[in-house]
Design a protein around this ligand. Structure first.
Ligand code: NCD
Ligand code: ZN
Length: 348
């Protein structure tokens, strides 16, 4: 096969940031994807419908003119805190400002200090979301420093998520950026109410790759990549055609100086080459026929939205991933697989 035409895909988990970084990264996401679920973990988190509407406006302002971007629609999410009010959630969702709400356990990842410390404080919010059919997006890791970093997702499933789905058996839940076989099995077992996004990088690297030839900060993200057995389980999940798994890149740009630091930030930047990375994985697994379902059909079905009208074309062609992308404030970001050759390229 030398050319693939896909219904235009969506990215169900994106960090677009703000200001100069937003301007630098947005065009990459917008040219590939019809819609993007935009994460609310800005320095000032997006906790209200008014903040989400403002942020959405800034995103649309930052979108360059041009036919290749005009299909793009940002879908906004609400950052949940211990204080989130069920009335605000209801208003944001019924006014179509919020597409979903995101739960970060406090201090689990970048800009999550205002996250949730006591999940029971959100019971009225979950009850309202369940009633409205509004999806809850979970960063599914425990934050207890006693729990080994490689076990935090599995422990979250056992101790938090199992309880949550018992209490709210109709709440629609997306476990974001799953990294383990445990999560794949759990999501499948609860598919009547659950789905999961899977990143390209977790399909490509395992935990050893973070240390290949020395410590590689550009392969560090949260949840951290796990053992090979887990990477293989993720590859099976996405290529199986199973509708409870869909595309969410978790592209999470940080300036190179914040990554290559004594205490480097978590986040892998895949917006530049997301679709090509996924395509390569599906080809390696002889499953190109299932790429469109994963990238363009399963996500809208779970969210209760229409599929996109347009299409994208990928051609079999070698190209080199750029080493860095300039940010208008003088910093730069480094794409995942920078300097390497990929063998699929999205046509402009
Ligand atoms: C994300 C970020 O930088 O905002 N980082 C990451 O490693 N994935 C936050 C997140 O999704 O955990
Ligand atoms: Zn993320």
């Amino acid at each position: 096969m030398t050319e693939i035409i896909l219904r235009r895909p969506d990215d169900w988990h994106v960090h677009l940031r703000d200001d100069a970084m937003l301007a630098a990264v947005l065009p990459f996401t917008a040219r590939q994807f019809g819609r993007a679920i935009v994460m609310p973990n800005l320095a000032e988190p997006v906790t209200t419908p008014a903040l989400a509407a403002d942020y959405r406006h800034r995103i649309l302002q930052a979108l360059p003119d041009g036919k290749e971007y005009e299909h793009f629609e940002p879908l906004m999410t609400c950052y949940l805190t211990d204080e989130t009010d069920a009335g605000q959630i209801e208003k944001g969702y019924t006014d179509s400002v919020f597409a979903a709400a995101k739960l970060y356990p406090a201090n689990v990842t970048t800009n999550s200090t205002n996250g949730v410390t006591d999940i029971t404080s959100l019971e009225p919010v979950f009850a309202k979301m369940q009633e409205m059919g509004m999806p809850l997006l979970l960063h599914g890791e425990v934050t207890d420093p006693e729990v080994d970093i490689f076990d935090r997702e599995a422990v979250y499933i056992e101790h938090v998520l199992s309880q949550l789905i018992k209490e709210f058996p109709q709440l629609k839940i997306v476990m974001e950026h799953v990294t383990t076989k445990d999560a794949v099995e759990f999501v499948r077992a609860h598919r009547d109410q659950m789905a999961a996004t899977i990143t390209a990088h977790h399909l490509i690297i395992n935990r050893s790759d973070i240390f290949e030839g020395g410590i590689t900060p550009h392969r560090y993200c949260l949840p951290i990549a796990k053992r090979e057995v887990h990477r293989l389980a993720l590859r099976e999940a996405v290529t199986s055609g199973d509708s409870c798994f869909f595309l969410g890149t978790d592209t999470a740009p940080h300036p190179v100086s914040d990554k290559e630091a004594a205490c480097g930030c978590a986040g892998i930047f895949t917006a530049v080459n997301a679709l090509e990375l996924y395509t390569q994985v599906f080809e390696e697994e002889n499953a190109l026929d299932n790429l469109e379902g994963f990238a363009a059909l399963h996500g809208p079905a779970f969210y209760g939205m229409d599929t996109n009208e347009g299409a994208v074309t990928l051609v079999k062609k070698d190209w080199r991933v750029p080493g860095t992308i300039a940010v208008p404030d003088g910093s730069s970001v480094r794409p995942f697989r920078a300097g390497r050759t990929l063998n699929w390229k999205m046509k402009d």
